[in-house]
Design a protein around this ligand. Sequence first.
Ligand code: HPA
Length: 247
Amino acid sequence: MTELAIIGGTGLTRLKGLEIERREVMHTPYGEPSGAITYGNLCGKEVVFLPRHGYGHTIPPHMVNYRANLWCLKNKGISKVISICAVGSIREDIVPGTLIIPDQIIDYTWSRHHTLFEKDLTSVTHIDFTEPYCQEMRAALISAARDADVRVIESGTYGASQGPRLESAAEINRMERDGCHIVGMTGMPETALARELDLCYAVCAVSANWAAGRGTEPITMEMIDRNIATGLEQVRTILEQLIASGC
Ligand code: HPA
């Protein structure tokens, strides 16, 4: 049975090379997920694919039903999740187009459904979030990148912002003081919900732009799309290597 799922972010509503076998429309106790679950074959391995923002890229970050998305994956027997997402670069060596495998996260989002542990509890549950990402999956992504000769930054702190607007320069300055290296809008609550569901979850982030106040040019969608396209080619290479190595 398929155990690996890929959640696609901005620019990844379809996974190139995925031979689609079937799609399944699911309903959950938390509402509708971002779209039907796609089952397919990537480099000879069965994988499940779900585009976070919907197949038409119409669901903004603060409206994604993170609970429904992850619940569906868990319900289908998925145990490993690779999340692909776009971020802005705060640290100066993370040039747009670069890939990063974050190892920490700070949550600046608000008013999102951030837990599954809310109703019908037999006891109050607090997950351990000291290491927010699955270390085995991070190590597998890093070693696949090394084997495929793709440069990735092997650690970093993800600042999860609310969106959908980009940040002010002062907000980015604050995030930098807090220790954030990249900023994105979809990291939370997805990362915490994955832990609540005991999923082995890691992120491969693509830097799409310099964060506010860090670059010399205004941030445009054209710039974001261009850098994401470059980064996603490398993400595909890593995924192929990862699957070839038996993940
Ligand atoms: N900020 C937040 N999220 C993002 C950015 C950014 O600059 N770029 C891509 N996703």
